[in-house]
Write a protein that binds this ligand. Structure first.
Ligand SMILES: Cc1cc2nc3c(=O)[nH]c(=O)nc-3n(C[C@H](O)[C@H](O)[C@H](O)COP(=O)(O)O)c2cc1C
Length: 152
């Protein structure tokens, strides 16, 4: 059975909602999923799964989640070759060029660790709506397809 780890960082719950939607979508595709808040996760946990997902909020002018800085630093030193990754998260378009910057930064960190990008990054404005749920369902499907190819 294919396995995934979904790690999220949240203050007001939007990124937990994004993580929940992805987790449900992956489970519906028969993936065994663990969903964990970032301070409770270790980047080494990604070594045990096929699909690595991170859902971070963005703060003050494109800043990473404060409580996720150690996770972010350690992530770059991981060896995640052969893993498929996807990043998705909620920010606020009010912040213009800094919209969802943390999502893209975590994507770069996963690529640095050697994981392969399985889907385009998904940027959600505030709480996920119906349209976002469709995008996140498609995101999950692409990750599973890519991970299936990697295991052939
Ligand atoms: C002080 C402050 C700064 C913020 N800065 C950004 C930002 O630079 N970029 C962005 O996309 N969103 C920014 N946001 C918006 C949050 O990322 C957005 O509300 C998000 O949905 C919060 O996710 P959460 O509910 O998981 O905590 C900021 C919010 C606050 C309160």
């Amino acid at each position: 059975m294919m396995k995934a780890l979904v790690v999220y960082a949240t203050i007001t719950g939007n990124n937990e909602d994004v993580a929940d939607i992805i987790t449900d979508a992956l489970e519906n595709l028969d993936v065994e999923v663990e969903e964990t808040e970032m301070t409770m996760a270790d980047p080494a946990d990604f070594e045990d799964v096929d699909i690595c997902v991170i859902c971070p909020y963005t703060y003050d002018e494109g800043a990473l989640p404060e409580e996720g800085l150690d996770f972010y630093d350690d992530l770059q030193d991981e060896q995640l070759d052969g893993k498929v990754y996807g990043v998705a998260g909620s920010g606020d378009t009010f912040y213009g060029d800094n919209f969802c910057v943390a999502v893209d930064k975590f994507g770069e960190a996963l690529a640095t660790a050697g994981a392969s990008k399985g889907s385009e990054n998904v940027h959600v404005n505030l709480a996920p709506d119906e349209d976002d749920i469709k995008k996140l369902d498609a995101f999950a499907k692409q990750l599973v397809e890519k991970a299936g190819q990697a295991n052939e």
